[in-house]
Design a protein. Sequence first.
Length: 189
Amino acid sequence: MKKRIAIFISGRGSNMEVIVKNAKNGILTNYCEVGVVLSNKKDAKGLEIAKNLGVDTLYIESAGKSRSSFEAEVVEVLKPYHIDYIVLAGFMRILSKTLLREYKNRIINIHPADTNEFQGLHAYEWAFEEKKEFTKITVHYVDEGVDTGVIIAQQEVDLRGASTLEEVEQRGLRVEHEFYSEVLKSIFA
């Protein structure tokens, strides 16, 4: 049976776009369907992309709210969608017990580094500044920490010869876009 997923974004949502397309006509077609794309940013470009792909979208403002009150709202608005998993794709909020309890072991994130080496924002900048020859993309379950959840899978990114941060980011995103859907397929199969 197909899993119903909600994808959470805060910006453009390039991973979200790939997952939606793969759920409609790609490697995720038999494994999941995207019930809704949710953003905590009203101007997130990914909301328009999701709408154009025929997916329901929700916006819930997070600014000025405690994590628990924001997430209580999220839990309520997701109920009619009967969501099995939440997939984070550039969602820039640390989650609290409110959402983690409701979706225990069913919230997944992608992080552009080996979470054993680097957590948090600016992972590609870190890899570039550290002159890493390789980095890893990590897909993990979400816990209350920042990129500290149980690792599901990792994929290496070859950075040798990358001379700019933009090149590092492009190489990483190419891997992210393919790898995230592959890992989701393995989870939902």
